[in-house]
Structure formats: structure tokens, C-alpha cells
Design a protein around this ligand. Sequence first.
Ligand SMILES: Cc1cc2nc3c(=O)[nH]c(=O)nc-3n(C[C@H](O)[C@H](O)[C@H](O)COP(=O)(O)OP(=O)(O)OC[C@H]3O[C@@H](n4cnc5c(N)ncnc54)[C@H](O)[C@@H]3O)c2cc1C
Length: 359
Amino acid sequence: MVGAGIVGASCAYALTRAGVRVTVVDRGGVASGTTGAGEGNVLVSDKEPGPELELALRSNTLWRELDAECGGFEWEAKGGLVVAETPEVLDALTAFAASQQGVESAVVDPRDLEPHLAEGLAGGVHYPQDAQVQPMLAAARLLRASGARLVQTAVERFLVSGDRVTGVRTGQGDLYADAVVNAAGTWAGSFAQAPLPIRPRKGFILVTQPFAVPPVRHKVYTAAYVTNVASDAEGLETSGVIESTQAGTVLIGASRQRVGYDTAIDYTVLAKLARQAVGLFPVLADAQVMRAYAGLRPYSPDHLPVIGPDHRLGGLFHACGHEGAGIGLAPATAEMITAQVAGGTPPVDPAPFAPGRFA
Ligand SMILES: Cc1cc2nc3c(=O)[nH]c(=O)nc-3n(C[C@H](O)[C@H](O)[C@H](O)COP(=O)(O)OP(=O)(O)OC[C@H]3O[C@@H](n4cnc5c(N)ncnc54)[C@H](O)[C@@H]3O)c2cc1C
């Protein structure tokens, strides 16, 4: 397994449960990539009807099972609330919710669920299946529970014999395996023998100081977030996305821009996110920001993760390109990889996720 983010850790857990012996190799350690910069939402609310929504629904069920099996990662089935500023947006939001087969939703007065929301919103849709985990804890817990061996070193390339991958060359020597899973997140496309069009999509998070009682109960976001997620734009896009954590902090996002691997802080983006958050929750105007950070989402050109066997090299599997949904989608991704590596029925049709679709 290349990568000890949430996807690699979930795959390691599922594979060892299926009786596979797993070694995980990560150059930085557990959750040192994008997983350490994610918010941890397990969402069905923002997924358009189609393969990603099917994967998200399966993952939602699996996260609940994982919490029961080896929890301790701040799982909260808190539900999501999407708010609309105008009646037109509310109509679009309601139609979108009605199109999402298998997703529970209800049109609500948003201030009934979130009393600290600003006045004057046109309405909202409540999604009770949306949930939250602490992604770094989740990756660490799953990896520990898997019993997989963790090796902290960089993978330089895949070892290839004929048309099969037989292992990886690392900074600590060669490691041989019957199967190699590429779960290297935003960097998964950088292995020359298996080029994939995965690119970084940057996002910032602001973290407030802890509240004794956080003013936000659900994951709350504006309808514009759904449009931003589905967009291909390279330039800056922002939308108000706000939630609290069990530690009492409030997390404020979300921005998206494609500016390469640059993770520098941009105060104009942070100010915009803060303004949007205060617009939604005026009570946040008095909150102190404790820290801010950027992460690089693994963007895939068609917005679908890349999951499955490599189309050129036997023994190589990819589990990457989940963009802004890798935390949510990790368990079902792991179930799919396990079915493909060890045998079994995949949770959903694997065809839309096949790596060969970019060839
Ligand atoms: C601001 C922000 C908010 C987000 N919020 C959410 C959210 O609420 N819900 C959600 O579902 N998703 C969210 N995401 C997206 C989510 O964080 C990612 O989709 C997910 O973390 C990807 O996990 P991963 O395991 O594929 O990649 P990573 O966590 O990046 O793991 C890949 C690992 O591979 C290792 N690696 C890379 N190259 C090599 C190499 N050559 N050798 C050895 N190791 C290597 C890296 O060190 C890294 O640890 C958010 C992302 C950002 C940036």
C-alpha cells in the first residue's frame, strides 16, 4: 500500500480483514498528506445522482459499522443543513434533493435547526445521513486496528517485471508484493509507470478557538458549495461551509483553486471565508481564529475517484483522486479494492471508477 492517508488506512483495514497481509509505505507517516488537512465530513447531501452518490451511500453505512468496530475517531451522525439565500436557490436545492435517490432529506426552516443562523434566509434542506469524523484519528485508528506494518519512507517507483508490478522501490530498499495499491492521494499520478491525471485542488480551513457550547450544531453550508464542488474552474471559488468539532472549535471553509502544489497562506482568501461565515452565523464575528491551513485535494478531471486495477500493469491497483470527498468515500473505496484484490463482490458497479477511462 502506497500512502497512509484515510484511503490507504481504510484499504489496509479492509484488506487485512479479508486475510491479506499488508505493508503500508508512507514518506511522511499517518495522515501526513491531505487527510491531515481535511474537515472530516461524510456527506451524501452534496453528491449528484450517479456513481459517486452510490459510493457515498455505501460508505455512509460502512462508516457507521467502522465506528462500532474500532471507533474512537469522533464519529458524529449530526446531519447536514444546506441553506438557500433566495427563493430561486431554494427551489433549485429542493429539486436537487428530490433527485438524489436513496438520500433522506426534508425542507426546513433553517433557524429551527440552527438558532444562531442569520435572519432572512429563504430556507434550507436537512440531510440527516450526513455525518462527521476526525480524519487524522480515523486514519490512525484504522491503520492500528488493521495490524498492517507501516514503513516510513518514500516510494520512488514501482518495480515491474514484464507487464506486472512486483513491488516498490523505496528509500529503504525494495519491497515485493503480489499486489500494490496506489493510495498516494494528490501525488498518485506522479509514478511514471502509471501516469494518472490527478492534480492538486487547494483549499483553506480556518479554525476558531474552542467554544464552551459551539454555536453550530450541524454541518451547515450554502447551496453554492454544491456548484463549486462540481466545477472545473481553476480560479478561486468560495462558499460558506461551517461546522463545529467535539473539541468545541468551529471549522470554516471552503475554498477551491488550482494553483499547483503551493500551500502558502493567502490572507485575502481567509478574509473572504471569514466574511462568509459571519454572514451566515453573525455570532462568529466575535470568535478568535486559532489557526488556518491549506490542503491539496486530489482532483480528478471527471470528479470521480480512480479505483480499480491499472489497465496496463497487472498487480497494480489505484485508489486515489477523491478530491474533496476522500474521507467520506474511503470505506467503500476500500471495500471495492478488497473485492478486486482478494476476490468478492464490489459494493457498486466499478466501471465508472476504472483507471483506464483516461487512456
Ligand atoms: C480543506 C479541505 C477540506 C476537506 N474536507 C473534506 C471533508 O469534509 N470530507 C471529505 O470527505 N473530504 C474532505 N477533503 C478531502 C480529503 O481530505 C481527501 O480527499 C482525502 O484526505 C484524500 O485521502 P488520501 O488517503 O487519498 O490522500 P492523502 O491523505 O494525501 O494520503 C496520501 C499519502 O500518500 C503519501 N505519499 C505520496 N506520495 C508518496 C510517495 N512517493 N511515497 C510514499 N508515500 C507517498 C503522502 O505522504 C500521504 O500521506 C478536504 C480536503 C481539503 C484540502
